[in-house]
Design a protein around this ligand. Sequence first.
Ligand SMILES: *Cc1c(COP(=O)(O)O)cnc(C)c1O
Length: 422
Amino acid sequence: MSPEMLLQTAPAAPFSSTEFDDYVVHSYARFPLMLERGDGCRVWDVEGREYLDFVAGIATCTLGHAHPTMVDAVTQHIRKLHHVSNLYYTREQGELAKWLVEHSCADKVFFCNSGAEANEGAIKLARKYAHTVLQIENPIVITANASFHGRTLATITATGQPKYQKGFSPLVPGFRYVPYNDIAAIEQAIATLNHPTRQVAAIMLEGLQGEGGVRPGDRPYFQRVRQLCDEQGMLLLMDEVQVGMGRSGHLWGYENLGIEPDVFTSAKGLGGGIPIGAMLCKASCDIFQPGDHASTYGGNPFACGVALSVCRTLAQPGFLENVQARGEQLRAGLRAIAQAYPNWICDVRGWGLINGMELHADAEITSPEVVNAAMAEGLLLVPAGPKVVRFVPPLIVTDAEIRQALQAIENALAAISLAKTQ
Ligand SMILES: *Cc1c(COP(=O)(O)O)cnc(C)c1O
């Protein structure tokens, strides 16, 4: 039976969000929208209403929905061999690792299933490196305020935002925080922590802070951090979970900063929506031995085969140029809109197709309000904190779709404005 026929014959059994909430743990604040199907940059809810999807599963659906290349890869790999564990070799895992190494500064890859798990791997690698190479007994990893690294215990500890840590103590020891993009502060922190004996094993940073408000890293800051790491033997770990895989207009976020990390992590966009994560490292810190780290699902032939189809599509001529051009188009359009609302919007920023529109801290509107108003106009967006609206569409987004999104934002802001004056 063809997929189209399956869709037609499946009965549209009603299932309400109320019933959903009877059974699913309430750990998410969900929008009142039940989605059913997608195609390209569009999704449809159960009532058949169409939305332009500028969330893309939170910067994940690199090729949008139901992309023919992914449909083919999914079908091919589920038919052939989908999972056997890491007791054995599979071609797909080797091929994806080879592609990633050939298209990045890394020499080796470890596969897992999510961003948090990839970051756990990076933190474990940094600790083992500290114990075996740097001879540090109680290694410290420095991370940034307003960062986001995941929801496991170690990664909420790495995340420099108390709201993610509240209620989950005791946290994991061995983390310290510095303000982002602040050279003097990180110099000071390292000088203190490494005196009289060295304690800092690694510095872990996002090249652009995503959840923390779409804040791009400064080139001079990252170049200084790279230099400090080189001088003192510390590892530079970069979390590329959100900004990597072409989203920044370059394949990797660090390319925007003119530096190379020792270790970096990928997930979200890597599988185009199929769960996969990866920790990538230079040969100089490839120190895991058999038994040191593992993941049952990690790098199975299904996930790797699909991710490889995403990677190869990204590498096609013109793909990243589209990301850059659409990003510029979006930012220019948002800046024009911002001029009409100077009391609300204070900044528009981002790289490639990860962009944020920031509202004044004391503006009478919040990012969830803008997101809800945009939804009413048929555009899906996601906040990055209470005052930043985030735009992370599929990387295949077209000129016409950007124009449609800008129109929807304009309509949404006009609707909010009208409601406020009534
Ligand atoms: C989403 C995200 C993570 C966590 O990824 P999960 O797949 O949800 O575990 C980690 N780091 C960054 C920068 C992210 O954006």
